[in-house]
Design a binder for this molecule. Sequence first.
Ligand code: FEO
Length: 172
Amino acid sequence: MKLSAPLEKAFNDQITLEFAASMVYRQLAIEMEIRDLPGMAAWLRHQADEEIVHANKFIDHLADRDNHPAIGAIPAPKLEINSVLDCFQAAYQHEQKVSAAIRDLVGKAEKAADYDSRPLLNWFLSEQIEEESTVSEIVGRIELVDDDGPGLLRLDDELAQRRVATTEAAGG
Ligand code: FEO
């Protein structure tokens, strides 16, 4: 069953937001790269790829239901990063924004009695809990090391261990 026109628009807005999230993470990866923290940069690039997977999930859902997925204007990331803590706090704030948008989408789908989108939206509700928790833990650990060089380097090594997957692999 097709999504209603207003719901199609709301889903398309979410597609745009996921791509925008990818650009935010990509810029944050650059910020860490230029500070010689390759592990953190790799971790953030991986997140950027994951956001594209998220956008693709919404695109596939709309296409499968004979709606018209359409990517909107993606704003340039607005970030002021002066430290590693700034970087991950920005990531955390962006995840909170995405979570709020997903909750809003859930509310709209429920109001429209669009039961077909429920499994997808439930997946995203769980995913956002995980995303927020992961980034919040990193922020907490950065606060613990308090801009201490060796501490940041150790954290950089740890984040480098994260499975590096391509967008394709993560989407498979
Ligand atoms: Fe697609 Fe990190 O939320």
